[in-house]
Design a protein around this ligand. Structure first.
Ligand code: UD1
Ligand code: MG
Length: 451
């Protein structure tokens, strides 16, 4: 169910598209569903349906629309045409309860076993707002009463309905079709089917999740942030259990997947996005943002470095304050220093650009030394052009290499040069005004004020 508006988020974005650990709430649920290998996955959309359907990813998803949204029972009514009774069990999950685990959902479906009504329930210290589980003196489930419809005595009940259930599909169809909206919210409550099952003599069973976190819903920015911290804590714990040394597990954010080798150290306030791989012995300094990158074994990323779509070779040293942009591919033992930007460029083993430089659309040979303040002028206002710097080239400080241009192996570019033509291997090129000394020149002076 993903049709609700999410009024309390106070956001134009449909609630189920808000991000948790870098992916949408709905996608978390769909990812858990994928592990269940269901015969079919039906997503009920309504509020922001076009956007929600465009972003949802999964094999063989079927979308049904619920417009207007008249309650959870009404939502399931819209899905009935998409359900096949031959598929014995229908599992109902909420698009805004993102951290439900596949094994918990699978256990719920197993508890239904194609013939019982199975509810996922949990005891909460504060059950305010939730539907309460009503049990008879012998402990059997009799029904669910919504908070708004509950008596003072019923509101004392701590066991709540998490919003997830599994039901025999044919019976679900029968029950949901018969729902009425004579309640406090004038909604069709899916939860009313529990009493119907009991009346028919269909057994109602309850299963519990492994932890409360799995069943927490997102209704407000506060709850979203709370779940984000819980998710990040569990990601940090998984990494630490695998041997990764985190300076502070509370100051790590992984928005995607982070794979680490052995002896990896990560300092505080680092953000990893997309798919990031850190090889054995990699050290990441404080305050780095690393997205879709592959960092080779033994590489050191110094503080305040930003890396996106790049490959860093083994034993390389990057930063502090460096920026690697998409298509940067750095060989073994490359050094990239402070305020150096590299985009769509390859650097051969041992190449160095240590200070204040730009390399764009460039092939840099091994052992090149690229001087402070030097840049490749790769853009003529209409097109991008490549610069090729051969092996063992020495580029002095404050040079401009105007692409397309080729600097041959072993050549030296004198500091301050603007190079517009190819340089042959082994040559020294100097392309700047010759230094001149002006004899007898005097600095202008302000006229002296009269006393
Ligand atoms: C529901 C349950 C309540 C349970 C709680 C757990 C009912 C009547 N009540 O209450 O017993 O304790 O969840 O969180 O089911 N949705 C639709 N269409 C609608 C209404 C809701 O798709 O017309 C979707 C929402 O997007 C959401 C889910 O159903 O994903 C739950 O809806 P919500 O309004 O949050 O239900 P609650 O009132 O919290
Ligand atoms: Mg509600």
């Amino acid at each position: 169910m993903a049709a609700g508006k999410g009024t309390r988020m106070k956001s134009a974005r449909p609630k189920v598209l808000h991000r948790l650990g870098g992916i949408s709430l709905l996608q978390h649920v769909l990812n858990s569903c994928a592990a269940l290998q269901a015969a079919r996955t039906v997503v009920i959309t309504g509020h922001g349906a076009d956007e929600v359907e465009a972003e949802a990813r999964g094999v063989g998803l079927v979308f049904v629309r619920q417009v207007p949204q008249l309650g959870t029972g009404h939502a399931i009514q819209q899905a009935l045409p998409a359900l096949h009774d031959a598929a014995a069990t229908t599992l109902i999950l909420n698009g805004d309860v993102p951290l439900i685990r596949a094994d918990t959902a699978a256990a719920l479906a197993r508890a239904c076993d194609g013939e019982k009504l199975a509810l996922l329930t949990i005891e909460l210290p504060d059950a305010t707002g939730y539907g309460r589980i009503l049990r008879d003196p012998s402990g059997g489930v009799r029904g669910i009463v919504e908070h708004k419809d509950a008596s003072a005595a019923q509101r004392e009940i701590r066991e709540i309905y998490t919003g997830m259930m599994a039901a025999p599909t044919a019976a679900l169809r029968r029950w949901v079709t018969a729902l009425k909206n004579d309640n406090a919210q004038r909604e069709y409550y899916l939860t009313d089917i529990v009493a119907m099952a009991v009346a028919e003599g269909v057994p109602v069973v309850a299963t519990q999740p492994a932890s409360e976190t799995e069943v927490l819903g997102v209704n407000s920015p506060v709850q979203l942030a709370d779940l984000e911290r819980r998710l990040q804590r569990s990601i940090a714990e998984t990494l630490m259990e695998a041997g990764v040394r985190l300076a502070d597990p509370a100051r790590l954010d992984v928005r995607g997947t982070l794979r680490c080798g052995s002896e990896v150290e990560i300092d505080v306030n680092c953000v990893f996005e997309g798919r990031v791989t850190l090889g054995d012995g990699v050290r990441i300094g404080a305050n780095c943002v690393i997205r879709d990158a592959d960092i080779g074994a033994g590489a050191v990323v110094q503080p305040f470095t930003h890396i996106e779509g790049a490959k860093v070779g083994p034993q390389a040293t990057i930063g502090p304050f460096a920026r690697l942009r998409p298509g940067a591919e750095l060989g073994e033992e490359v050094h990239i220093g402070n305020f150096v930007e590299v985009k769509n460029s390859t650097l051969g083993a041992g190449a160095k650009a240590n200070h204040l430089a730009y390399l764009g659309d460039t092939s840099v040979g091994p052992r090149v030394n690229y001087g402070a303040g030097s840049i490749t002028a790769n853009y003529d206002g209409a097109h991008k052009h490549r610069t090729v710097i051969g092996a063992d080239v020495h580029v002095g400080s404050n040079c401009v290499l105007v692409a397309p241009v080729h600097i041959g192996d072993g050549a030296t570019v004198g500091g301050g040069s603007t190079v517009t033509q190819d340089v042959a291997p082994g040559k020294l090129v100097v392309a700047r005004a010759r230094q001149a000394v002006i004899e007898g020149w005097k600095r202008p002076q302000k006229p002296k004020k009269k006393a």
